[in-house]
Design a protein around this ligand. Structure first.
Ligand SMILES: [Zn+2]
Length: 263
């Protein structure tokens, strides 16, 4: 008797470990190295946001026998087809994330997914991710709290290549010394308070220019204490060109320990 098998394709980098009373099943994560012709055909020319998504992994499922204990020393064997098992596993995987949930697992009609099946599943996954990102956008606008966001929303933003303020991990951001807001790495100017965070970059972008006249009062934004280039070009920074107080002998300041001066 030849066993009829079913094949589960998984589009995401998530793997799944699922348990039934007739067996345990491990659904492999999609792997960039797992190229096969249908997946390549689906990737070509689709041009969608997820056209660079990993190629699906394939997991083959075989039929199982479930034993039902009748309770009177009799038991009944029930044959479960590979296709039923595969459909059941996909239902669990895809149903994990709320309304219209689709997490990228499907049962192939044949032994391998066709290009159409892959394209169709990618579209569904993309649509689902877009809904999750929109959901997170609304939540973020309302609460501005990372606590109410979930992994699927973050993954969605990542997979779709969408930049989101809520998708920056805390370790990727730093605190603006001007206002305390979280700022993305490598930004030139804080968008909340206008502090110049990277003077060289701000200068290159035309967002800041060095004051020509040392006696003109520099704007508060130009004297951000966090400006890393302040140390690189100390002579040019306004803070290092102090206007001498009236009557003060500037020469006396050089190399003279201040504590030795009379009060
Ligand atoms: Zn700021």
């Amino acid at each position: 008797m030849s066993e009829e098998t079913a094949v589960i394709a998984n589009l995401t980098a998530q793997s799944w470990s699922l348990h039934r009373n007739y067996g345990a099943f491990f659904i492999r994560a999609a792997d960039l190295a797992g190229a096969h012709p249908a997946a390549q055909a689906a990737g070509e020319g689709s041009g969608g946001a997820m056209s660079s998504a990993p190629l699906p992994s394939l997991t083959r499922v075989t039929p199982r026998k479930a034993v039902i204990d009748m309770g009177d020393k009799r038991s009944i064997d029930i044959n479960i087809s590979a296709r039923d098992i595969a459909a059941d596993l996909c239902r669990e995987i895809n149903g994990d994330a709320g309304e219209d949930s689709f997490l990228g697992a499907f049962v192939c009609a044949g032994d391998e997914p066709t290009a159409e099946e892959i394209t169709d599943a990618r579209r569904r996954l993309e649509a689902f991710y877009r809904r999750k990102v929109a959901e997170a956008d609304r939540e973020w606008a309302r609460s501005h709290s990372y606590l109410f966001l979930d992994d699927v929303q973050r993954r969605g933003a990542h997979e779709l290549g969408l930049e989101r303020e809520w998708n920056y991990q805390l370790h990727e951001t730093s605190e603006c010394p001007g206002c305390g807001e979280r700022v993305k790495p490598h930004v030139a100017v804080c968008k909340s308070c206008g502090a110049i965070l990277d003077r060289e970059k701000a200068k290159a972008l035309g967002l800041w220019s060095e004051p020509v006249d040392a006696t003109s009062a520099p704007s508060a934004a130009a004297t951000s204490p966090a400006a890393p280039s302040a140390a690189a070009a100390p002579a040019a920074t306004p803070r290092n060109v102090p206007a001498a107080a009236p009557g003060q002998n500037r020469g006396a300041q050089t190399n003279q320990p201040r504590r030795g001066e009379p009060a």
